[in-house]
Design a protein around this ligand. Structure first.
Ligand code: G4P
Length: 534
C-alpha cells in the first residue's frame, strides 16, 4: 500500500457524500433542488424533477420512469458549496422502491432524513433508516413543510425517538407553523431566524436574524408565541440530549432542523451546519482490515449498483462505484479482485443535475459510473494497490414480494433464462425455484413491487420475451442456516409455507406471516432461520 499524496488528501477531505432518505412527498426532491441552487449547480428550481411533465430528471433513464414520472433508479448529484465537494446520492422515494435504494445507502457516509412536519415518521423512512443504523452512519433530520400546519414539536421529536430508536437534539426550534410560522430559534446563538418566503428559487432571499432579547422582535412574533417558545426551550434544555458530536458521528444522536424547502427557508442554515457536522469519507472494512482514505494512497472502489441498458441503442451496462481511497484517472488500469484480472476503467461518467458527463479525475468519496462489459457484480472491489484486498460485501436485502413467472411463448426459453438471470445478476430481482424442480418453475422476489413491472418491461423490450406474473401471497423469506441437519422434504411447517431454493441451491422458506415463521420454528427443534443469505 502506498502513502497518500497531500493534494489527493486535500481533495478527499473536502468530500461529503450523503444520501437523502424520506417517505414519498416529504420534500426530498425540493430540498435536493434547493441544495443544488445554493451550490450554483442549477439556475432554476424545477430542473431536478418534473413529475410526469415534460421536464425529466437525470435519473429518469428508463422509459418506464418517464411514463410514470417517477424515479426507479438512484443517481448521484455532485456540486460545490462553501469549499466542500458534495455528492448527493439520490434514493428513489417512490413506495415501490427497490433493493437499489438500500444499496445506495451502503455508498453514503451519512444520511439526511426529511420528515413532513404534519406526518412525522412514515413507513418508507422507517425502512431506510434501518439500513442507516446498520452502518452506524450519522443521520441528520430536516423537518420540512413548516409553512403548513405541523404536529407539535415535542410530539415530532418523540415520534422520531420512539419510532426509530435514535436520540434527537434540535439545533433550532420552530416558532409556530402554517400561517403562524414565524421562523426558527437557533439554540446556540439564542437568536431568531425570521421566516421569509423566497420560493422564487433564488439564493438571494434576505435572511433576517434577530437576538431573542432584541425589542425589535416585538411585533414580529406575538407575545403568546414568544412565551410559548421560552417555555418550550426551557423544557427542551432540561430534558433533551446535548449536541454531542461523538454521538452524532456514531449515528446515535440525530441533530434536528426545521424549515420549509419549498419557500427556501432554513435550507441554507441546515446545509451549513450539516456540512460542518457530517463526515468526510470514512474508512471501510476490508479483508485486510480497515482502509482509511486519509492514509491509503492507492485507488480503491467497490461496485454498489449496476444499471443495464441506460442507452438502449448501445445496450450498455454501467457499473456505479464508490471510490473509497486514492485518485481516479480516466482510462486507468485497476485490478478487479473478483474477476482476478486487470481491467481498464473506460468511459467514466459522473452524474450532474441534468446530464451525465465524462470525468477525467475523481477522488475518494466520489461516485463514478464506468462502462461494464458484463464482468462486474454488486459488491466487487477494484484497486491499484499491489497489496490486494476486498471490501466487505453488500448484504442481500430480503425481498418482501413474490410472484410466479410464466413465459407466454415457451419457444423462447433460452432468451427468457438469459434475460431473467442477467437482471437477477444486476440485483434488481432475486430468483427462486420450486424445491424439487429445475428452472421450469421460477419465482421472483423483489424488495419493491415496482420491480415486477420493470422486469416485465425489460424482458419484453430487451430480450423480446413476454411473461405473465402471478402474485404470490408470501411476504417473509428465511434461509435455512443449517440445512445439513434437516431433510427439507420432511420439514414440518405451516400449510401456507413454501419450500424453495435460490440460484446457489440453498434451501429457504417463504411465509405469509410472522406467525407461520414462529410455528415452523417451534415444530422443528434446532432449525436456524436467517433473514439474509450467508
Ligand atoms: P419527494 O421528493 O420527497 O417525493 O417530495 P417533493 O420534493 O417532490 O415534494 C412533494 C410535494 O410537497 C410537492 O408538491 C412539493 O412542492 C411540496 N413541498 C415540498 N417542500 C415543501 C414545503 O416546505 N412546504 C410546502 N407547503 N410544500 C412543500 P406537489 O404539489 O406534489 O408537486 P409540485 O406540483 O409542487 O411539483
Amino acid at each position: 500500500m502506498s502513502k497518500i499524496k497531500d493534494d489527493v488528501k486535500k481533495q478527499i477531505e473536502k468530500r461529503r457524500t450523503f444520501a437523502i432518505i424520506s417517505h414519498p412527498d416529504a420534500g426530498k426532491t425540493t430540498l435536493t433542488e434547493k441544495f443544488l441552487l445554493y451550490g450554483g449547480a442549477i439556475n432554476q428550481a424545477g430542473s431536478v424533477k418534473g413529475k410526469a411533465t415534460s421536464k425529466h430528471a437525470v435519473s429518469d433513464w428508463m422509459e418506464i420512469e418517464k411514463e410514470r414520472g417517477i424515479s426507479v433508479t438512484s443517481s448521484v448529484l455532485q456540486f460545490n458549496y462553501g469549499g466542500y465537494c458534495i455528492n448527493i446520492l439520490d434514493t428513489p422515494g417512490h413506495q415501490d422502491f427497490s433493493e437499489d435504494t438500500y444499496r445506495t445507502l451502503m455508498a453514503a457516509d451519512s444520511a439526511v432524513m426529511v420528515i413532513d412536519a404534519s406526518k412525522g415518521v412514515e413507513a418508507q423512512t422507517r425502512k431506510l433508516f434501518k439500513v442507516c443504523t446498520m452502518r452506524h452512519i450519522p443521520i441528520f433530520t430536516f423537518i420540512n413543510k413548516m409553512d403548513r400546519e405541523a404536529m407539535d414539536t415535542f410530539e415530532l421529536l418523540d415520534d422520531i425517538e420512539n419510532e426509530l430508536g435514535i436520540a434527537t437534539c434540535p439545533v433550532n426550534w420552530p416558532i409556530g407553523s402554517g400561517k403562524e410560522f414565524r421562523g426558527v430559534y437557533d439554540r446556540a446563538t439564542k437568536s431568531v431566524e425570521l421566516f421569509s418566503d423566497t420560493r422564487k428559487g433564488t439564493t438571494q432571499g434576505e435572511v433576517q436574524i434577530v437576538p431573542i432579547d432584541d425589542p425589535s422582535l416585538n411585533g414580529l412574533i406575538s407575545e403568546e408565541q414568544k412565551a410559548k417558545l421560552e417555555e418550550e426551550i426551557e423544557l427542551q434544555d432540561g430534558a433533551g440530549a446535548e449536541l454531542d458530536q461523538e454521538m452524532v458521528s456514531k449515528g446515535e444522536l440525530s441533530p434536528v432542523f426545521f424549515g420549509s424547502a419549498l419557500t427556501n427557508f432554513g435550507v441554507e442554515t441546515f446545509l451549513k451546519h450539516f456540512l460542518k457536522m457530517t463526515t468526510s469519507p470514512l474508512p471501510r472494512k476490508s479483508d485486510k482490515g480497515e482502509i482509511d482514505p486519509m492514509e491509503e494512497g492507492d485507488f480503491s472502489a467497490f461496485v454498489f449498483k449496476i444499471q443495464a441498458n441506460m442507452n438502449k441503442a448501445h445496450r450498455d451496462r454501467i457499473a456505479f462505484m464508490r471510490i473509497c481511497s486514492g485518485e481516479f484517472e480516466a482510462g486507468m488500469d485497476v485490478f478487479h479482485m473478483q474477476g482476478g484480472k486487470k481491467v481498464r476503467l473506460s468511459q467514466p461518467q459522473q452524474m450532474m443535475a441534468s446530464e451525465r458527463h465524462m470525468v477525467d479525475k475523481a477522488y475518494g468519496g466520489d461516485i463514478i459510473g464506468v462502462f461494464d462489459p458484463g464482468i462486474f457484480s454488486i459488491g466487487d472491489t477494484l484497486t491499484t494497490s499491489s497489496d490486494k484486498f476486498s471490501y466487505e460485501g453488500i448484504p442481500t436485502f430480503a425481498p418482501e414480494h413474490f410472484a410466479r413467472v410464466r413465459q407466454v411463448d415457451t419457444m423462447k426459453r433460452k432468451q427468457f433464462i438469459k434475460g431473467i438471470n442477467q437482471i437477477a445478476q444486476e440485483g434488481a430481482i432475486q430468483i427462486f425455484q420450486e424445491f424439487n424442480t429445475g428452472m421450469e418453475e421460477i419465482i421472483v422476489g423483489v424488495v419493491g413491487v415496482l420491480q415486477f413491472d420493470v422486469l416485465k418491461y425489460r424482458l419484453e423490450n430487451e430480450y423480446n420475451v413476454d411473461i405473465r406474473l402471478e402474485n404470490l401471497p408470501y411476504e417473509y423469506i428465511r434461509w435455512i442456516d443449517n440445512p445439513q441437519d434437516f431433510d427439507l422434504a420432511k420439514l414440518s411447517g405451516t400449510s401456507d409455507m413454501k419450500k424453495v431454493k435460490d440460484l446457489k441451491d440453498r434451501p429457504l422458506l417463504l411465509f405469509v406471516n410472522e406467525w407461520s415463521i414462529r410455528m415452523t420454528q417451534e415444530r422443528n427443534d434446532g432449525l436456524v432461520l436467517t433473514e439474509f443469505a450467508r
